[in-house]
Design a protein around this ligand. Structure first.
Ligand SMILES: *Cc1c(COP(=O)(O)O)cnc(C)c1O
Length: 225
């Protein structure tokens, strides 16, 4: 767990962010590795959407924090842990393989829920980042398989840009994802496909310029994690 930043500082940073964020862009506050007190400070200011990257940590925080929080899952999800978070998350943003899609569908059917998900696209230069490549994603939609899952709703895409201070590279990554998002929506007419999740503390203004509808911001609210 990180050193807690004072509630006052969190409130100030959050208010600043709200004032900068264009209408229609959702803010998910990424609270991974942050203490309960920091999340509570953001909650007290009205923030309701939080994102976590580890199943165990998410479950502990759900237990300890108010019920009206919308929890987003943003980390790599192992298939054997799917059953623990189904029904407890508003949106699973980091769906990075067809195998994971089919397990999410199966577990959601068992628990009689519909699970909202985003597909994670890999565009960044780093090899370590999970996600579908552009080609894999187009193949997935072209195959029509996306229509065979009755217990998941594919709500859009999530992506991270290359970790660099070269703005043009970051912008180019976001443009690639934004084009992909629009093309899929038009070509395959997926009615639920409305969320484009991109942009973090360092690059969210560029992501918003390139069409993000949801940003995931952690350290510039809570301090480093
Ligand atoms: C940690 C994380 C974020 C937030 O990153 P910050 O740089 O702290 O804003 C956003 N998205 C994902 C997928 C993350 O893992």
């Amino acid at each position: 767990m990180s050193e807690a930043v004072s509630s006052l500082i969190i409130a100030e940073r959050l208010q600043k962010l709200y004032s900068l964020l264009p209408e229609g862009v959702e803010l998910v506050a990424i609270s991974k590795f942050q203490p309960i007190s920091s999340i509570q400070a953001a909650y007290d200011l009205g923030q309701r959407k939080f994102g976590e990257s580890r199943v165990q940590e998410l479950l502990e925080k759900i237990e300890r924090l108010p019920d009206d929080i919308e929890w987003h899952f943003i980390g790599h999800l192992q298939t054997n842990k799917v059953k623990y978070i189904i029904g407890k998350t508003k949106l699973i943003q980091s769906v990075d393989s067809e195998r994971l899609i089919s397990i999410l569908d199966l577990e959601s059917r068992k628990q009689n829920v519909i699970t909202d998900v985003l597909l994670q696209v890999h565009v960044a230069a780093e090899e370590t980042k999970f996600g579908f490549t552009t080609d894999e994603l187009m193949d997935f939609f072209e195959s029509g398989k996306f229509e065979s899952y009755n217990n998941i709703r594919i709500c859009g895409l999530m992506a991270m840009a290359t970790n660099t201070d070269k703005v043009e590279i970051v912008r180019n990554d976001f443009q690639t994802v934004s084009d992909l998002f629009r093309n899929i929506k038009l070509k395959y007419n997926v009615s639920s496909f409305n969320i484009l999740s991109m942009g973090m503390s360092e690059d969210w203004p560029i992501a918003v310029e390139e069409g993000a509808t949801l940003i995931r911001v952690g350290s510039c609210i809570f301090g480093p994690s």
